[in-house]
Design a protein. Structure first.
Length: 121
């Protein structure tokens, strides 16, 4: 049985919200030289993604928004990876971030799939 589109929306949104609650204090620990460059860019992308997920939750024409959410998520993954490679995130924090982002991606993917199935019926 598939979850409803509304349930998927709330699940994706809540999962990303939990990521942001973890992310913001984590970015505060970045070195000063990167806190306002890389850290700010990561926070901006994460906030944009949250806004797009909120927008998608409240519209019926969400295909473009979900595609945009996937693109923002991919950009965020790369910036998190750069942060790890530059040693601004330790292995434990990096793995945690990647797990959370993978869960967000899984939820968005499921939402896209359920949205397509709902349109076909």
């Amino acid at each position: 049985m598939r979850l409803s589109t509304q349930t998927e929306a709330l699940t994706a949104l809540e999962t990303h919200y939990q990521f942001m609650v973890w992310l913001i204090p984590t970015l505060e620990k970045f070195p000063r030289s990167q806190k306002f460059l890389l850290g700010d860019r990561i926070q901006t992308l994460a906030t944009e993604l949250l806004e797009v997920l909120i927008d998608a939750t409240y519209t019926k024409l969400r295909a473009k928004l979900l595609a945009q959410a996937n693109l923002l998520l991919e950009k965020l993954r790369y910036l998190i990876r750069i942060s790890y490679d530059l040693k601004h995130l330790n292995t434990r924090r990096y793995e945690h971030a990647i797990r959370l982002l993978a869960e967000v991606g899984k939820r968005i993917g499921s939402w896209v799939k359920n949205d397509r199935a709902a349109k076909e019926t």
